[in-house]
Design a protein around this ligand. Structure first.
Ligand SMILES: Cc1ncc(COP(=O)(O)O)c(C=O)c1O
Length: 424
């Protein structure tokens, strides 16, 4: 599940105050009783489990068969629709035939094949930088980069709504952790001002925040970070491919390529496969390979995966038409839902994520189920994963959605919204 770090911060998994009597000792699994009961209560209401959906068939980036029903996919983060691109698929087939199904090893030892080098070159070309390091997932890229960059006596400063992988990267490391209010330039400034001047500092930001689809005021935040002598890492997972003149992300759109020190990204969204990476122009960047545990102590991605990623990234460099279609689709959905009277996560169409805010869990689940029954899949998100205790239906657009599919989605949203009291 793709969630903000709020979940890992607030989920209470402490053992119950009174441990269950058991001669064999405390059952460590009893800490999950609350979660199990909550899940059961939800399923007992007769709804499909929103967190256990199975795609029986996937027909295209925008269509699947779920529970025997043809369904429009509107919650996949497959922004650029690369998963069925014939060139990408052919690259994967060829690598599977030529190099086998896996590498069996760490990048440091026997796990670097030709296409690991090729995908890192594709990233350097895409971002116009001197350094690129690929990790096995985006989660591991954040985990590894943050925990390696900031050490003892140094500070990592993160937005309260950061993704779980950013929180976990902070926890994995030994630096002091400082949180600031979501997207508050003022709070960031205040908190940085309290830290020792001479200490190393890393400010971690996201170009697009995945729950509400809102963007960071990166220009102001980066200026504040630099004023206090901090380095900046921007996670551009939800902007790659379609934000900025070359699709590099919000930091590119804001003209911050010389100011942002590290950019983390993922292959699991616009690139259409799996994997993560960090890029940088820092002259010592390669040293990360020698020090980063999340890079060293795990097997590298299979050759077919890095070959598909390399092919996809190279195609994204010239995907102008797809970018335009994605933005047109996002505007169509955002504008349509707004006109229908839904409360949305952002006033304007800021990204390819459109979050519909609902009153409570009952309404969110009913709407989610109503849409699924009508053949539309969206993500359901609820506290503690969501900011400010909100219940959301999160939609993400794809360049391959056809305008008529979005029109259908809008009709179904309107019907469900009226049926369950989300709109008048
Ligand atoms: C902002 C952000 N960073 C990192 C990740 C992790 O990416 P991956 O799916 O490659 O592990 C995600 C994924 O959901 C994300 O939303």
């Amino acid at each position: 599940m793709t969630e903000t770090g709020l979940q890992s911060e607030t989920l209470d998994l402490d053992p119950p105050a009174v441990a269950p009597a058991n001669e064999a000792g405390r059952d460590l699994m009893s800490k999950f009783d609350g979660l199990i009961a909550e899940r059961k209560a939800l399923i007992d209401t007769g709804v499909t489990d929103p967190f256990a959906i199975v795609m029986d068939e996937v027909r295209s980036p925008t269509e699947a068969v779920i529970k025997g029903r043809e369904t429009i996919l509107l919650g996949t983060y497959n922004y650029m629709g690369m998963t069925f691109d014939p060139d990408v698929i052919a690259a994967g087939h060829a690598a599977l035939d030529d190099y086998g199904s896996g590498t069996n090893g760490s990048r440091m030892l026997n796990g670097t094949f030709r296409d690991h080098m090729e995908v890192e070159q594709a990233l350097r070309d895409f971002y116009g930088v001197s350094g690129a390091i690929v990790f096995s997932t985006g989660y591991m890229a954040n985990l590894g980069m943050i925990s390696t960059l900031v050490g003892k006596g140094e500070y990592v400063i993160l937005d309260a709504d950061s993704h779980a992988s950013i929180y976990d990267g902070c926890k994995q490391g030994v630096a002091e952790i400082v949180r600031f209010r979501h997207n508050s330039v003022e709070d960031l400034d205040k908190r940085l001002g309290r830290l020792p001047k001479e200490a190393g500092k890393l400010v971690v930001l996201e170009g697009v925040y995945s729950m509400l689809g809102d963007i960071a005021p990166l220009k102001e935040m980066v200026a504040v970070a630099k004023k206090h002598g901090a380095m900046v890492l921007s996670d551009e997972a939800h902007s790659m491919g379609f934000y900025g003149p070359n699709g590099r992300g919000v930091y590119e759109a804001e003209g911050l390529e010389d100011e942002v020190d590290f950019v983390v990204g993922t292959f699991s969204k616009s690139v259409g496969t799996v994997g993560g990476f960090c890029i940088s122009n820092h002259p010592k960047f390669e040293a990360i390979r020698l020090a980063c545990r999340a890079y060293i102590f795990t097997a590298s991605l299979p050759p077919s995966v890095v070959a598909t990623a390399a092919a996809s990234i190279r195609k994204l460099m010239t995907a102008t038409e797809k970018r335009e279609r994605l933005w047109a689709n996002a505007r169509q959905l955002h504008g349509g839902l707004k006109a229908q009277g839904f409360r949305l996560g952002t006033e304007n169409c800021d990204s390819a994520i459109v979050a519909v805010i609902l009153d409570d869990q009952e309404q969110a689940v009913a709407m989610w189920q109503g849409l699924l029954d009508a053949g539309v899949y969206v993500n359901m998100a609820r506290p503690p994963a969501t900011p400010a205790g909100t219940f959301l239906l999160r939609c993400s657009l794809c360049a391959e959605h056809r305008p008529e599919q979005i029109a259908t989605v809008l009709e179904r949203f309107e019907a469900a919204g009226r049926a369950f009291g989300a709109i008048a």
